[in-house]
Design a protein around this ligand. Structure first.
Ligand code: B12
Length: 218
């Protein structure tokens, strides 16, 4: 147990200090020691990147330090994501188009949600970050999506989620809309008329299952 604490604390520090190689190496060690990818993400990576954000907000970190912390997180995610993906079931629960909205480059949370949806049997079309509503509509129509997911991490980009909801409705698409991102609350989701909202990648899977008409497992 003490070994695990030490391992996760090392990985947390590697993210915080922007040590890409160390983060990738410790993520590999976590898997080799029998920890799941999800546990590693939740116990070390997310706390690490959030602490970097807090330090930046407090003026302790400058933007380059936050950027290198995000790069270290991504290096570790590159090790862990294939493992999450490998658990994917062969059946498709539904087709999901996902992106971070236009004007917003934060893609870590969105990618985690995409990976978890995919690992849980959804067919996921990840359009990346900074994606205009018009492109999401185009893709949703093209693939006849069951669900369109939009992430926003900035209060200034949250209104794009409202535009998406309106655009999906006026385009007459059958897709449901799920929104998320650190500043996105259930209240906001309700206010803009979104069909669903989730605070983290695991609940995103359960909400997605409900929205496309499948009961949550367990
Ligand atoms: C890492 C980071 C960055 C990195 C992003 C790297 C990348 N490629 O993503 C860098 C350094 C580039 C960056 C840049 C900026 N950032 Co920044 N950043 C962060 C930070 C520290 C962490 C975000 C993160 O990755 N968290 C980890 C992931 C796993 O969590 P998450 O994103 O919340 O996602 C989870 C849930 O929200 C949910 N979820 C997410 N998306 C979705 C989607 C759906 C559909 C669902 C259901 C669920 C869901 O599930 C995820 C997994 O559990 C946050 C602080 C914070 N505490 O959030 C600030 C933060 C978001 N950034 C902020 C700002 C201001 C900026 C900049 C404008 C700074 C600048 N002056 O340039 C720029 C943005 C430029 C732009 N146009 O986008 C502010 C936003 C303030 C606000 N209220 O709007 C924050 C809150 C920091 C702060 N406290 O001030 N940032």
């Amino acid at each position: 147990m003490a070994d695990s604490d030490e391992l996760f604390s090392g990985l947390y520090q590697a993210v915080l200090s922007g040590d890409e190689d160390g983060a990738a190496r410790l993520a590999t060690r976590a898997l080799d020691s029998g920890h799941s990818a999800l546990e590693t993400i939740e116990r070390a990576l997310i706390p690490g990147i959030r602490e970097a954000g807090d330090l930046w907000e407090e003026g302790e970190y400058f933007l380059p330090e936050l950027v290198t912390a995000a790069q270290a997180m991504k290096a570790a995610m590159a090790v862990l994501q294939p493992v999450l993906g490998a658990e994917a079931k062969s059946l498709s629960l539904g087709r999901v188009v996902i992106a971070t909205v236009e004007g917003d480059i934060h893609d870590i949370g969105k990618s985690l949600v995409a990976t978890m949806l995919s690992a849980n049997g959804f067919e996921v079309i990840d359009e990346g970050a900074g994606v205009p509503v018009s492109r999401l509509i185009e893709r949703a129509r093209e693939v006849d999506a069951d669900l369109v997911c939009a992430s926003a991490l900035l209060t200034t980009t949250m209104p794009r989620q409202r535009e998406l909801v309106n655009a999906v409705r006026s385009a007459g698409l059958r897709a449901k809309v799920m929104v998320g991102g650190a500043p996105v609350t259930r209240g906001w989701a309700e206010q803009i008329g979104a069909d669903g909202h989730a605070d983290n990648a695991l609940s995103a899977v359960n909400v997605a299952r409900t929205l496309v008409g499948h009961r949550a497992a367990g």
